[in-house]
Design a protein around this ligand. Structure first.
Ligand SMILES: Cc1ncc(COP(=O)(O)O)c(C=O)c1O
Length: 480
């Protein structure tokens, strides 16, 4: 048993060293930190360890021996002689501690467990942009420059809780230029990825039991955010024009108008107007999750719903996860003026100071000197080619098995299986065994028995691999 006690805390508490040592040892024995029969150091060793006189240690050992906590055995040393009462210690065993209602809801969520997934040679998993084409040299230079400069911005008054101001300015400029939005830096708050904005807005606007509208199918992060705060998720079906608008009895709607997740449908203008009318009638709020519309293969990105928002009903959420990389964890939210203060306060509760300041600083530089735009243009060319290759391979080969959804943007292709759930599972398992993985998108639907569907992400595979993977799938199906 190793000898270990809290010493410096006791020295602070007690004026005299002998008292500090006495209480430190006695408490350690009573708490079982020094259990029965542990040998304590000799008075010389202890005196050296804590830089006290040997006489003080001997005095304390004598006091503890007189009280029955220690016993000296001639020729062997001094030992702890106090035995904690078994019954007493059992009584003190910790009863289970109950989580709050929120904590219990969190435990029920379907969040990723962080266990690394097995690797497959043909992996169409979604959610990650292409790493190989990322301009690491330029980005690293921007990061190093930021590290050098960061000592200057640390603690400056312009260091605001909404996030690094030059980055907010760059985002506002980019949204004005590329998305036609009227945005000022004051409207923008930097978050740790759009997931954080979605969760905070859910916290701020949903009471337990409130009905909250989400698309069906929908992004898991939206559903989890609603359920975590006790909201009742009302799943609203989508078709090729996006979510089908109803007269929902709700005050909050989460929607992906630029590219419905995961189907890729663009919310039509009529539906956008209907949604805004609905929001006015119900005094409701719309959260626009614009996670993935930068890489539009034809024409300019679609204008966000926020552009039509005349009455400050839309909370616009954007992210750099697809344009830069997901682990950067930088997203942003464009807030209506009435939500700015509550949102910033909620964010400050979790992070009193802006996080990832070096990255925020570097990203501002990257955007301001045109590197970001150049990177986007390059990635757009690469993704356009990859999308075409995969689309052609899938529609040539699997037209009779899947309904593939056409989409002008985004980094995955969505398809609904035309067969049964059983033969889909059989097909997917056989593909995995043959080294091809693709996400089962059925989990995005409210009804787990919904028609099976897939999302095939194309950023990370080469054009050859994209085609070979489809050929393997085809062979697998032929054998089934
Ligand atoms: C629809 C949708 N919204 C939000 C996110 C969250 O992105 P992040 O938190 O990385 O910004 C994702 C991630 O893939 C997504 O697919």
């Amino acid at each position: 048993m190793q000898f270990q006690i809290s010493w410096y805390l006791y020295v602070e508490k007690y004026r005299y060293k002998y008292l500090a040592l006495y209480h430190a040892l006695r408490d350690a024995i009573l708490a079982g930190v020094l259990p029965y029969s542990t040998q304590v150091p000799s008075s010389r060793e202890l005196a050296e360890l804590y830089e006290i006189s040997r006489g003080v240690v001997s005095q304390v050992y004598e006091m503890l021996t007189a009280e029955g906590y220690l016993a000296a055995e001639i020729g062997r040393g001094t030992f702890v002689s106090y035995q904690i009462d078994r019954a007493e210690s059992e009584e003190q065993e910790r009863p289970p501690i109950l989580l709050s209602d929120w904590g219990q809801r969190i435990m029920g969520l379907r969040l990723r467990d962080g266990v690394p997934a097995a690797s497959y040679p043909y992996d169409y998993t979604i959610g990650q942009p292409l790493a190989d084409a990322f301009p690491f040299a330029e980005w690293n230079r921007a990061l190093y420059a930021s590290i050098r400069e960061i000592t200057e911005i640390e603690g400056e008054p312009k260091y605001e809780p909404q996030g690094y101001r030059p980055l907010r300015e760059a985002i506002a400029r980019d949204l004005r230029k590329s998305r036609g939005m009227t945005v000022q830096p004051e409207d923008v708050v930097i978050v740790n990825g759009s997931s954080q904005a979605i969760a905070l807005v859910a916290h701020l606007l949903i009471n337990p039991g409130d009905s909250v509208v989400m698309e069906d199918p929908t992004y898991g992060g939206i559903r989890e955010a609603i359920l975590a705060v006790g909201g009742v998720a009302e799943a609203s079906p989508v078709d090729e024009n996006g979510v089908i608008v109803r007269d929902w009895d709700s005050r909050l709607l989460f929607v992906t108008p630029g590219r419905q997740f995961p189907t890729g449908a663009v919310l039509s203008l009529e539906r956008r107007q209907e949604i805004l009318r609905w929001a006015t009638q119900h005094n409701a709020v719309i959260v626009e999750d614009d996670y993935d519309s930068e890489f539009r293969r034809r024409g300019r990105p679609i204008e966000p719903l926020k552009v039509l928002d005349r009455h400050e009903r839309v909370v616009y959420v954007g992210t750099f996860s697809k344009t830069m990389y997901a682990d950067l964890r930088i997203g942003y939210v464009v807030l209506p003026s009435w939500l700015r203060e509550p949102f910033c306060k909620a964010r400050q509760l979790y992070e009193p100071r802006p996080t990832a300041l070096v990255q925020q600083h570097a990203l501002a530089t990257f955007m301001n000197n045109g590197q970001y735009e150049r990177h986007l243009r390059r990635m757009k060319r690469i993704y356009t080619r990859k999308h075409k290759v995969l689309w052609n391979a899938l529609t040539d080969t699997f037209g009779e098995l899947f309904d593939w959804a056409e989409s002008d943007a985004g980094l995955h292709i969505f398809g609904r299986w035309k067969g049964t759930r059983e033969n889909f599972q059989e097909f997917r398992n056989a593909c995995l065994a043959a080294g091809v993985r693709f996400p089962d998108a059925t989990g995005y639907y409210d009804d787990p028995e919904a028609t099976p569907a897939v999302c095939l992400g194309f950023p990370r595979l080469t054009e050859e691999e994209l085609v070979t993977g489809v050929e393997i799938m085809q062979r697998v199906w032929a054998q089934l």
